[in-house]
Ligand binder design. Structure first.
Ligand code: SF4
Ligand code: MG
Length: 321
């Protein structure tokens, strides 16, 4: 499929300041430090890693909630930060989000039909009648009914609220939806329903997803491509089957050992993660994973590993290869 979004050497640094009245920048938290990836039409890119690895900051940059410190985001070939006002507006409507906590995007004082209609009214020039019709169709598409249209979000269960957030995101027919841990706050029994719904809707609406997850099981079920992040960088990027059959970076292997204890389809070597994730303020020299890497070598502590292509589309940053 064609590439719809491309991130090139994206960085987000947050200043660390000292002093209350006259604050002085004493350092930088390198939340995202030079990542590149592509998202293809109608496909899902999974971004996985421990908390603090920069997944959510990456999502916020794509959603224009954070301005990149450096780097380029190209959407359908156009640099979104050097775009005209109208193009940025169009981009904002083309890229929607569903967050872990649906409350964050749902106004509790609005009825469900208005919650869903709001993005259409803001972004699209539609008649009241068309908006009404589309709200009805969206409710139906996400497994709710017109009965729900007059309720308020607090009258919904967690799973229903997530359905509502999905309907709202889809209402403007976006090209891409950023899904930031969309099922992790839900009961285990509901998760599969929501994941299946997202898959069905992807097919029907021909939308791409960037799915942020901290576990590999969700990624394995949902994604076509996977980016594994560690301390602000991508350490491995691959088509899903490649990643699960031929995980190459020691960090990816460690995540698999931890998350998928005994799956017969998955080839894995035992890699056990020890230690804590170091601070993104002054990250380790060389390979950032070296203080925790079970197979660390001498050069790893001072040489930054460069991209190595294991097979077409499968990139790894590690001195083993
Ligand atoms: Fe481990 Fe070295 Fe590879 Fe980093 S570069 S993951 S420290 S082997
Ligand atoms: Mg997060």
């Amino acid at each position: 499929a064609e590439v719809i979004l491309e991130a090139q050497d994206l960085k987000k640094y947050f200043p660390v300041t000292k002093g209350l009245l006259v604050s002085k920048v004493t350092g930088w938290i390198k939340a995202v430090d030079g990542i590149s990836f592509q998202i293809r039409a109608g496909e899902t890119l999974g971004v996985v890693g421990e908390s603090g690895c920069g997944k959510s900051t990456t999502a916020k940059m794509l959603l224009m909630l954070e301005e990149p410190t450096e780097g380029i985001i190209r959407f359908q070939g156009r640099d979104v930060h050097n775009a005209t006002h109208a193009e940025r507006r169009e981009y904002r409507s083309s890229v929607q989000a569903v967050f872990q906590d649906p409350w964050s995007s749902l106004n509790p004082r609005m009825r469900v039909r208005d919650v869903i209609a709001e993005p259409m009214i803001i972004n699209l020039n539609m008649s009241r009648r068309d908006v009404q019709d589309r709200v009805a169709k969206l409710l139906n598409d996400v497994g709710l009914s017109s009965y729900h249209a007059n309720l308020y979000p607090h009258e919904f269960s967690g799973g229903q609220r997530q359905r509502l957030a999905i309907a709202r995101a889809l209402s403007v027919e976006p090209k891409l939806i950023v899904l930031d841990e969309p099922v992790s706050a839900l009961d285990v029994s509901i998760r599969a329903q929501i994941m299946n719904l997202l898959k069905d809707l992807q097919h029907e609406y021909q939308v791409s997803y960037m799915l942020i997850a901290h576990d590999l099981a969700t990624v394995r079920y949902m994604c076509d491509w996977v980016a594994v992040m560690y301390l602000g960088q991508i350490v491995e990027f691959a088509p899903k089957t490649q990643l699960f059959n031929n995980a190459s970076h020691p960090y990816t292997k460690a995540l698999m050992s931890a998350a998928l204890p005994s799956h017969p389809d998955i080839q894995k070597e035992e890699m056990i993660l020890t230690g804590e994730v170091p601070s993104p303020l002054n990250p380790p020299e060389g390979c950032r994973f070296h203080p925790r890497c079970p197979v660390v070598m001498e050069r790893c502590s001072h040489e930054v590993p460069q991209l190595r292509e294991m097979s077409p589309g499968h990139a790894v940053y590690c001195h083993l290869y």
